[in-house]
Every structure is written in C-alpha cells, then in structure tokens.
Design a protein around this ligand. Structure first.
Ligand code: C2E
Ligand code: MG
Ligand code: MG
Ligand code: MG
Length: 291
C-alpha cells in the first residue's frame, strides 16, 4: 500500500510507520512484564434480565494500569497481544480470574454466568476446549456458569473450525454469544450455521436509538430475527431509560450498560451484587412507553 503511493510518499509514510512500530515494540515489552507482574486485572460489568430486572451475569473485561498509573485501554493492548505471542497468556489470565471470581460468588449463593471475550487466535486454537476444561476444573466452576463472546468476523475466518469449536464448547454446557452483532461481515445465512445461544447488539446501534429511526429499525430487525431463530439478545451500551424502553418493547432479553453499572472491580461488583437482587426489579417498573 505504501509503495502504491509513489516514492516520495513512501519515505514519509515509512517514517510514520517506524514511529508507530517503535511505540508498539515498547508496549509489547511492557505488556509482557505487565502479565508477569500482575499489573493486569479483570473488571466485571453486570448483565441484567429485562423481565424482573435481576442480575444474571457479567462480562469480564481486561484492565491494565501500569506502575506509573497509566491506564491503557483494552482496545490498545489486545491487538498488540494478538499480533505477538501474548494473547495466550493474557487470555488464560482473564479466564482463570473470571472462573475463580465467578466460583466465589457462586459459593456465596449467587449463581451467575461470567462471559469472557476471546480473540480470533485463541478461538481458532484447536487446544481451546482443553484449555477451558483445565481452567474450569481448577476453579471447580461448572460449564453452565461460563460464557464465551466471539465476533462474527472471527467465526468467518474459518467457518468449519469455528463450528467445530462451538460444538465442543456447547457440549460442556458453555454459553456462546456473538459479540458486536451487526458491525462485522454479518451474513444472516451464516448465522444459521453457527451453534450459538445469544446475540449481543452492538452499542453503535443502541447509542442513537430511539432518536435515529434507522437504528430503531436495525434494533427491531435484529430482535425479530433472533426471536425467529430462538436466540437470546443482549443489548450493549444501554445508557438511558428511553433506550431501555425501546428494547423492552421489542422483546430484548438482557441489558448491559452504564444505566446499570460501568465495569466494576471485584469488591465493587460484590457490593453491586448484594444490592442488585434486592432492588433491581424496581428500575424496570413504571418505565415510560418508548413510542
Ligand atoms: P466488547 O466486548 O464489546 O465490550 C464492551 C465494551 O463496551 C467495554 O469496553 C465496556 O466497558 C463498554 N461499555 C459497556 N457499556 C457501556 C455504555 O453504556 N457506554 C459506553 N460508552 N461503553 C460501554 P472496554 O472494556 O474498553 O473493552 C473494549 C473491547 O476490548 C471489548 O469490547 C472487547 O472487544 C475487548 N476486550 C476487553 N477485554 C478483553 C479480554 O479480556 N480479551 C479480549 N480478547 N478482548 C477484550
Ligand atoms: Mg464482549
Ligand atoms: Mg460487545
Ligand atoms: Mg461492542
């Protein structure tokens, strides 16, 4: 691509690339140490059931705060981990923490399901089912409390292998969610082939709803397809009760977003958990109509 721009531009462009490459290299070595030094942590964002307003589960999200207090967002370090060999150790770390914490909450009497995000490399790794087995066994967490979030583009990279892995995971009672639905190469005909349980509507569509009629139409269409295919739908990025009302009117099953909570550390999540089941239902009552 750089060459196609001609010689003059090539020099300029490659210098820019050098700077970025250097920055990446630095971040890569910092990330490697961060994993070893446990600078990484896992936060949990609650998922609420639409009817009844109960807390049903949470999404595990990786967090990195460096020793100098700099917060590096996952959208920056996950791609680097993916391109270097670090995605395996990082993924194991997140899955172990998630399984361990979920088991602790289960032992406290709260049967929740924890969802972890996988990157393409991990998902298409033929050893993934065994890795998950080992992690769940170590944590003594039954598969029905574990969920995996993957994106459509990841499944499309190798459809046959994807279907195989999904079947292996399903056989362990693990829930499978398609993340960021609608933003990738979504092909409804492929959707039929993947043995998934849940669609997560991407925040991009929830954000402008109910003001943008196109987004309202997309949300309604996804919910109607999902219902016909017997899939559960979780909406991401729910920030306002107007969005909630719209999603309720179209039959969305679960909700995740700042309206309820931001991703929380384990202590804050425990506090949320103790209050949510007592008071959660109240939020969803007396909602205004969306139309
Ligand atoms: P995602 O899986 O789609 O996760 C949802 C993202 O939306 C999270 O961002 C979450 O904090 C954010 N979010 C949730 N509700 C709201 C809301 O109401 N408003 C707004 N503005 N944002 C909301 P986060 O934690 O920065 O993660 C970004 C992405 O990084 C994730 O998108 C996921 O693709 C990736 N990621 C995070 N942790 C991991 C991990 O452990 N492994 C892998 N492979 N990817 C991860
Ligand atoms: Mg996710
Ligand atoms: Mg998502
Ligand atoms: Mg998303």
């Amino acid at each position: 691509q750089a060459k196609a721009r001609g010689r003059g531009n090539f020099v300029f462009f490659s210098e820019d690339m050098n700077t970025r490459a250097r920055e990446r290299l630095m971040l890569e070595s910092k990330l490697k140490k961060a994993i070893e030094n446990e600078e990484l942590s896992v936060f949990y964002q609650p998922k609420m059931e639409m009817y009844g307003g109960r807390l049903v589960g949470m999404e595990a999200l990786a967090r990195w705060v460096t020793r100098d207090g700099e917060e590096i967002p996952p959208t920056r370090f996950i791609p680097i981990a993916e391109e270097t060999g670090l995605v395996g150790p990082l993924g194991d770390f997140v899955m172990r923490r998630a399984a361990r914490d979920c088991k602790r909450w289960l032992d406290m009497g709260h049967p929740l399901r924890v969802a972890v995000n996988l990157s393409a490399r991990e998902f298409l790794d033929p050893l993934l089912p065994e890795r998950v087995d080992a992690i769940l066994a170590e944590a003594q967490l039954p598969g029905e409390h574990f969920e995996i979030e993957i994106t459509e583009s990841m499944m499309m990279q190798d459809v046959e292998q994807a279907v195989h892995v999904l079947q292996e995971l399903r056989a362990r009672n693990i829930t499978i969610a398609m993340d960021d639905f609608g933003t990738g190469y979504s092909s409804l005909s492929y959707l039929k082939q993947f043995p998934i349980h849940t669609l997560k509507i991407d925040r991009a569509f929830v954000k402008e709803a109910p003001d943008d009629p196109n987004d309202v139409a997309i949300v309604a269409a996804v919910l109607s397809v999902a219902r016909a295919m017997d899939l559960k739908v979780v909406a991401e990025g729910v920030e306002e009760s107007r969005q909630l009302a719209l999603l309720r009117d179209h039959g969305c099953d679960e909700l995740q977003g700042y309206l309820y909570a931001k991703p929380l550390n384990t202590d804050d999540f425990t506090q949320f958990l103790l209050h949510a089941n007592a008071h959660g239902a109240r939020q969803l009552q007396n909602l205004p109509a969306s139309r």
